[in-house]
Design a protein around this ligand. Structure first.
Ligand code: ZN
Length: 763
């Protein structure tokens, strides 16, 4: 993440992380300092991500016994790895060294801050007439890039280094940078220089290219969005409000994270819940009865939603769960009221307009229109799915002799969704896994990307942060000399102690053009935690893991194949509501029979997946997708509703009524579910629509360009050129239109869901 975008708001912006899969709502992840694109929004919102998991999650995988043999040979079947012609090429840029000491991490960070500050001081001291594109914008951009080149790798150590000392130093460095970023983003003197330079550029008639013009606009916008264009009195008012809203958000998230509620059941009430789950509950005697204490943590409470046969047990569990954070109810009211005041001060009609101004969607109204349109299209699918589940419920109630009132309740959803999946899919996750050994799947996926995008991976040796890390130099596949160099890619794929425990991609170095016209090349790193081998089986991946890996590699290539003038616009530095779309599109490859066959190989028989298993996998993709999507739309509607309304409301009533009308499941008594909606405290405010939004574009891109021939390199080149190369150097909607050859729409997404998706050939 570039320095300028680090401190855009006093409320920490955050990506939800994979770990949030295990809790309702995301934890506020804090300010993501190194640019990271992670898997979260792929499965986000978190509660739904485990919807088809038949067994309850059992916590993070153990990583202490992995044998190094799992690494040997992982890449031996990568097509380019032993390409002698490629191996003889010399890259024009050396990979960075990873030999820092803790002291060096801190010293270098402090020095980078001092250097950056010196540049800002110099710019601030310019007289208005001396302010121009070169003296202000170019110098600021250079300083920021230099800063990131030093700092991003240093901030990264905390996620991957085996040394506690280095991780701590890296953490400490991040705090220094965060504090400095806030100060830097609030410099009125620098903002004035930017304003003067912009004015002078206009007056002089100096011709800037499109990317330079964009740099000017974005840099000025950073300042106006921070309130620097306001008179002093208003600025002070703004600053006080921002501090207050930041406090309230933190308190909201703290309550969320520290919630310790419990709900108790007798063993009879827990009928249906797997024994191994029940045995994990706390047990106590009260009034002559044995009670089981169930916390509201996912591994405890979700099995009740999914397995408890007695409807009143599910109802009580659900209502307790929804109400567990009612302490946050007044905090949400306060937070929303403060946001209304802030956006009014800044001159925006609504908070949603302020938040979406820098996104692809652009305005709160566009979000509303998008959600309403999709809701109306998805409703018939949802109704059909709900009726199917209701019939299942009726049947079960009849058999068990339980009264049936003809309603489908919110606490029935996960229970009958699970039953339906078990009844109709007959898909054994464990069986499928046997066809996805890590040492087959990883190179197969890299080979697919190599062919599709016209590049080659050449393994290189050198020191990194850990011996497990594989280093690759990436070249154009027709490279004859240094000019065909693309960048570096590091894969840190296996679990170990104290390592970042999910899957994510870090852009460690950006690509950009130096002022002398030479290129600086990017470095991206994927950090994952692929399965470990057991004594009897090699490391195997679930289909879900395969999808995740494919998705993450999509971010890697976004970081590698972007070629912009300024680092600020490199790769995944696109709008937040677009950044997942390319990778969501690429997930489609993992649902194509032809591709599944190519990337699978049974660990014993070496056979690819049978067509029968492939069919089941494909069928599982959209089971109950209508109800799932409508639930997403409900969260999105609540979020945009409260952030576009000008007045306070009864948010508990709003939450419950919206849920019932959009997600098509009946509620019971009103519960304060909005008080558990941590996304809107932790950085996703007026942003929840983003998951469905990017999914719709992903479907459109795939159906329009790739579906007819997903492995066609010509289509891959088009994708490289129109989406990856340009990064954030133009509006994402323009890239999308350029790629599609028209305005995007939701037809492909809807067709997919209705099962009427047809391949179009638009190349
Ligand atoms: Zn992602």
């Amino acid at each position: 993440m570039s320095l300028s975008t680090r401190a855009g708001s006093t409320v920490a912006s955050s990506f939800t992380r994979r770990r949030t899969v295990l809790g309702i709502g995301a934890l506020a992840a804090g300010l993501a300092l190194v640019q990271r694109t992670d898997v979260s929004s792929l499965r986000w919102p978190s509660t739904e991500s485990i919807r088809h998991m038949v067994t309850p999650p059992t916590g993070p995988p153990s990583f202490l016994h992995r044998s190094h043999s799992s690494l040997a040979g992982v890449f031996s079947s990568l097509s380019s790895i032993h390409d002698p012609a490629m191996a003889s090429l010399t890259a024009p840029q050396q990979p960075p060294k990873w030999t820092h000491t803790a002291q060096e991490i801190l010293d270098l960070t402090k020095a980078a801050i001092a250097t950056h500050k010196k540049v800002e001081d110099r710019i601030a001291a310019l007289s208005p007439s001396e302010c121009n594109f070169d003296s202000v914008f170019l110098d600021l951009s250079d300083a920021e890039t230099e800063f990131d080149l030093i700092n991003d790798p240093l901030s990264f150590y905390q996620n991957v280094s085996p040394s506690k000392e280095l991780r701590d130093a890296s953490n400490e460095a991040e705090v220094l940078v965060r504090d400095y970023s806030v100060d830097s983003s609030m410099r009125l003197d620098v903002f004035k220089a930017k304003q003067a330079a912009e004015e002078n550029i206009k007056k002089s008639g100096k011709k800037l290219n499109a990317e330079e013009q964009r740099l000017v606009e974005k840099m000025v916008l950073d300042g106006t969005r921070a309130g620097l264009a306001l008179p002093e009195e208003k600025r002070n008012e703004l600053s006080a409000l921002q501090k207050e809203v930041s406090q309230v958000s933190l308190e909201f998230s703290k309550n969320f994270n520290e919630e310790k509620g419990i709900i108790s059941f007798t063993l009879d009430e827990l009928k249906g819940v797997p024994e191994d789950v029940v045995s994990g509950y706390g047990k106590r005697e009260e009034g002559g009865k044995t009670l089981y204490d169930v916390t509201f943590k996912t591994p405890d409470i979700f099995p009740i939603f999914k397995f408890a046969q007695i409807p009143t047990t599910r109802q009580r569990a659900f209502e307790g769960y929804e109400d567990r954070l009612s302490i946050n109810t007044p905090l949400m009211e306060k937070m929303l009221s403060l946001r209304r005041q802030i956006c009014a001060l800044l001159g925006y009609d609504t908070w949603a307009d302020y938040r979406t101004e820098i996104k692809m969607v652009k305005s709160g109204k566009n979000v509303k229109d998008f959600l309403a349109d999709l809701e109306q299209k998805l409703r018939p699918v949802g109704v059909k799915e709900r009726d199917t589940l209701l019939a299942l419920k009726m049947e079960e109630h009849k058999e068990a002799g339980i009264p049936f009132d003809g309603e489908f309740y919110i606490w029935d959803y996960r229970y009958y969704d699970r039953k339906y999946v078990e009844k109709t899919l007959d898909l054994d996750d464990m069986k499928v896994k046997e066809y996805f050994p890590v040492d087959k799947v990883v190179p197969a996926i890299l080979n697919i990307y190599q062919t599709l995008l016209g590049v080659k991976f050449v393994e290189i040796k050198g020191e990194t942060w850990h011996p497990d890390v594989q280093q690759f130099a990436v070249w154009e596949n027709d490279a004859k000399d240094a000019s065909g160099f693309v960048g570096y890619c590091y894969l840190d794929l296996f679990p170990r102690e104290s390592k970042y425990s999910h899957a994510a991609v870090w852009g460690l170095l950006p690509g950009f053009t130096r002022n002398d016209g030479t290129r600086h090349y990017p470095l991206t790193a994927m950090v994952a935690n692929l399965a470990k081998p057991t004594p009897s089986k090699p490391a195997l991946m679930r289909h879900d893991d395969v999808v995740t890996f494919f998705h993450e590699m999509g971010h890697v290539f976004h970081g590698l194949l972007s070629k912009t003038q300024f680092a600020r616009f490199h790769g995944t530095r696109v709008a937040r509501d677009f950044v997942e779309a390319p990778s969501q599109m690429l997930e489609n490859w993992c649902w194509e029979p032809k591709v599944l066959e190519k990337m699978s190989s049974h660990y014993e028989t070496k056979e690819p997946l049978s067509s029968d298993l492939i069919e089941k996998i494909v069928k599982s993709r959209y089971v109950n997708i209508g109800l799932f999507s409508l639930r997403q739309l409900f969260f999105g509607q609540f979020d945009i509703n409260v952030h576009t309304s000008k007045e306070s409301a009864d948010y508990t009533a709003l939450w419950n009524t919206l849920r019932e009308s959009i997600s098509l499941v009946k509620g019971g008594k009103f519960t304060a579910g909005q008080a558990t909606f941590n996304h809107i405290a932790g950085g996703y405010d007026a942003g929840y629509y983003g998951y469905m939004y990017s999914l719709v574009f992903a479907a459109d891109m795939y159906a329009t360009v790739f579906k007819a021939d997903p492995l066609d390199p010509a289509r891959g080149q088009k994708y490289r050129e129109k989406i990856l190369r340009v990064g954030g150097s133009r509006d994402d909607i323009d890239s999308l239109k350029d790629f599609l050859g028209r305005e995007p729409n939701s037809d492909a997404f809807i067709n997919e869901i209705f099962g009427t998706g047809e391949a179009k050939s638009a190349l």
